[in-house]
Design a protein around this ligand. Structure first.
Ligand code: ATP
Length: 249
């Protein structure tokens, strides 16, 4: 079990202006799953992802990530946990412009004190997997959006995290670059057994997942399982579901 959440709620604000972003969410994510989270704007997708990321805390409920109760962990322990067990991919890449692509990618390893020769080996390995070998010495402002996002995926994966959390990773990409990033995520899921939780508005991106949870008003509304369907078939099933739910998911 990678994620185990029970009765998780999140309320923002104080006094008279309370906004319940998550309302009693219970879910599990198993090792090796590729789960999508969809839902209209304001449904609570990012709030849930941020709680699993340990970037934010729940107002109530229990959350275990890889069996660890994240509510009970102190900040130093959390930072260590994030660095070793979690990988993050954001819509706007979050690459550091003052570092080369390679230095951006290896940052998590460098921060963990991994020996230089090991860093070099892993950098080459992941650069090959993500087709980044030719841009390793360039800076983020010199490469395309697709290359930036592949670099961000490489950074998220280099420490071999057990859980990767991706928030709209293809939102800023054209369709070719988006396909490329999604296929790489799928390969990392299938070959490296990385568990992935992907937030997306896009049915095409969601069709790469094996299971999709549709959120509405801070709750889980519907769930779809790919169940042996081809990606294209699943894409149509997702579109049908979105139509049933009233679109805008
Ligand atoms: N930091 C915050 N302070 C106050 N309210 C917030 C905060 N973050 C989110 N919310 C509110 O919580 C609710 C859920 O927001 P959240 O960003 O989780 O939704 P979402 O499904 O990710 O939406 P989107 O698809 O637009 O990113 C919304 O009503 C939002 O306004």
């Amino acid at each position: 079990m990678i994620v185990q959440a029970r009765n998780v709620s999140k309320t923002y604000g104080s006094n008279g202006h309370l906004n319940k972003a998550l309302d009693n969410i219970t879910m599990t994510i198993l090792e090796g799953e590729f789960v999508g989270l969809m839902g209209p704007s304001g449904a609570g997708k990012t709030s849930l992802l941020n709680i699993f990321s340990t970037i934010d805390t729940a107002s109530s409920g229990e959350i275990k990530i890889m069996g660890k109760d994240i509510n009970a962990m102190k900040e130093a322990e959390l930072a260590n946990f994030r660095r070793h067990e979690l990988g993050f991919v954001f819509q706007d890449y979050h690459l550091l412009d003052t570092l080369s692509v390679k230095d951006n990618i290896v940052l998590p390893l460098a921060l963990s004190g991994v020996p230089v020769h090991e860093i070099e080996k892993r950098a080459q390995e992941i650069a090959h997997k993500l087709d980044l070998v030719d841009v390793l010495s360039q800076f983020p402002y010199q490469i395309s959006g697709g290359q930036k996002q592949r670099a961000a995926v490489a950074r998220a994966m280099i420490a071999k995290p057990r859980l990767v959390l991706a928030d709209e990773p293809t939102g800023a990409l054209d369709s070719k670059a988006a396909t490329d990033v999604l296929e790489r995520l799928q390969t990392l899921n299938q070959t490296d057994r990385a568990t992935i939780l992907l937030v997306t508005h896009d049915a095409y991106a969601a069709s790469f997942c094996q299971r999709i949870i549709f959120m509405k008003d801070g709750r889980f509304d519907q769930e779809l399982d790919r169940r042996g369907r081809s990606r294209v078939e699943f894409f149509h099933v997702i579109l049908d579901m979105l139509a049933t739910l009233g679109g805008n998911a």
